[in-house]
Design a protein around this ligand. Structure first.
Ligand code: CAA
Length: 258
């Protein structure tokens, strides 16, 4: 865990806090960051001196999505071979509780990453969205599946098809986050909750988490596989090239349905 390039790590008693740390890119989740994140979380998961983990970004952004610069020119074969979202399954398999502390932008892959966590605490400044449709693609790391489960079909459909963001308050009303707190305390509230859980029997916590996930994940895995394949398939379209190029060139995209 030495030489972290894209993350920062803090420890306090039984609680470890992992900070996504690419502030200039609004914590866009590039492949290097995700490799580091998965390895770090797995290492903490195996460390007996850690009982609960907090995942956070900074005040401006939890994360603004997968890194578009890395995907813009890719074709479906590259995406399939790279299969970059497969490693996200390892976050899903963590045994210890993982709490997301979310402030600012929580979009695309960022929202999907937060939804991989067991509990979400949001700052009143948090904004959630799946804006992939605006760049000619769709969510690929669980957004269509987890968001629909969390907030229901009608709301998820609108968010996924329009890319519109929802506020922290709406996310709370819709059941996406556990609570909304003032911006100054979103991280400390998440850490407080992590300490509260860390004071319980680690064995009971592990088995209880496993049991809740059992019901949550029934039928989820088929849906995740389906979504991932469709996401990779979209890299065969001109609209994906146009949508991502337009984002990087800071202009509006012209979609042609090809
Ligand atoms: N990938 C790469 N770079 C990104 C990024 C992303 N997802 N999001 C932001 N950035 C970069 C910007 O390009 C910009 O870089 P430069 O300073 O070098 O120009 C920097 O971060 C700051 O961003 P903005 O200047 O755009 O900041 P803003 O405050 O005007 O807007 C924003 C903020 C609304 C979040 C806007 O950045 C945005 O729309 N980002 C993209 C969101 C998005 O489409 N996410 C989905 C990605 S695809 C995905 O996640 C697939 C999946 O299912 C996993």
């Amino acid at each position: 865990m030495t030489n972290l390039q894209f993350l920062r790590l803090e420890r306090d008693g039984y609680v470890a806090t992992v900070f996504l740390n690419r502030p200039k890119q609004l914590n866009a989740l590039n492949i290097g960051l995700m490799d580091e994140l998965v390895a770090t979380l797995e290492e903490l998961d195996c460390d007996d001196s850690v009982r609960a983990m907090v995942l956070t970004g900074n005040e401006k952004a939890f994360a603004a999505g997968a890194d578009i610069t890395e995907m813009a020119g890719a074709d479906p074969t590259t995406m399939l071979k790279r299969d970059q979202f497969a490693k996200w399954d390892r976050i899903r398999k963590l045994k210890k509780p993982l709490i997301a502390a979310v402030s600012g932008f929580c979009l695309g892959g960022g929202c999907e990453l937060a939804m991989h966590c067991d509990i979400m605490i949001a700052s009143e400044t948090a904004q959630f969205g799946q804006p992939e449709i605006k760049i000619g693609v769709m969510p690929g790391a669980g957004g269509t599946q987890r968001l629909t489960r969390a907030i229901g079909k009608a709301r998820a459909m609108e968010m996924v098809l329009t890319g519109k963001f929802i506020s922290a308050q709406e996310a709370y009303q819709f059941g996406l986050v556990n609570r909304v707190v003032p911006a100054e305390v979103y991280l400390s509230e998440a850490q407080k909750l992590a300490h509260e859980i860390a004071a319980m029997s680690p064995v009971a916590v592990r088995l209880a988490k496993e049991a809740v996930l059992k019901v949550y994940e029934s039928f989820l895995l088929d849906g995740l596989e389906f979504e991932r394949k469709n996401f990779y398939l979209l890299f065969a379209t001109e609209d994906q090239k146009e949508g991502m190029a337009a984002f990087l060139e800071k202009r509006a995209p012209q979609f042609k349905g090809k």
